[in-house]
Design a binder for this molecule. Structure first.
Ligand code: HEC
Length: 128
């Protein structure tokens, strides 16, 4: 496990160093297949919206456009969560990214329980 992490670290350093770094954040193949256990009904979307406003909007903006007050200082900046690229991701990929984090995106797994993270996925799915 440590060796894999080290290899990833060195590889991403080298790629970044020679300027080939692919900025697009990809979830692993297995994450794509994680099934969303929570129905996308109004109750779940509203719960997700409430959590989003208190925990995520500082960076992602109230409507997920990536224009929250905290976003200015970040590199890379948070995505527009209603973009085509995010729309084309599976629920499982979004869930995985929320759970694991990267760079300034917080790893929410230890902070929010699974149901809360799925409610957030359902809310993000409802963004226009
Ligand atoms: C401190 C600022 C910050 C907070 C708070 C934050 N995020 Fe993020 N988020 C980011 C940044 C920065 C990225 C881009 C990270 C990257 O590409 O390396 C990101 C990326 C994401 C992505 C990935 C988009 C994609 O597919 O590429 C999702 C989904 C996401 N955030 C959801 C959330 C949710 C849900 C919350 C609240 C529970 C949240 N974020 C809170 C900064 C934040």
């Amino acid at each position: 496990m440590k060796r894999i992490l080290l290899t990833i670290l060195i590889t991403s350093f080298l790629f970044g160093f020679i300027g080939f770094q692919d900025d697009i954040w990809k979830a692993p193949e297995a994450a794509k297949k994680i099934k969303n256990p929570i129905a996308k009904d109004d109750a779940s979307i509203n719960r997700g919206k409430r959590i989003f406003r208190s925990r995520c909007a500082v960076c992602h903006g109230l409507n997920g456009k990536g224009n929250g007050p905290g976003a200015k200082a970040l590199t890379p900046k948070p995505e527009n969560l209603a973009s085509e690229r995010v729309k084309n991701e599976t629920d499982g990929e979004i869930f995985w990214k929320i759970s694991k984090g990267r760079n300034d995106m917080i790893k929410w797994e230890p902070i929010l329980n699974e149901k809360q993270r799925w409610d957030l996925v359902n809310y993000i799915r409802s963004l226009k």
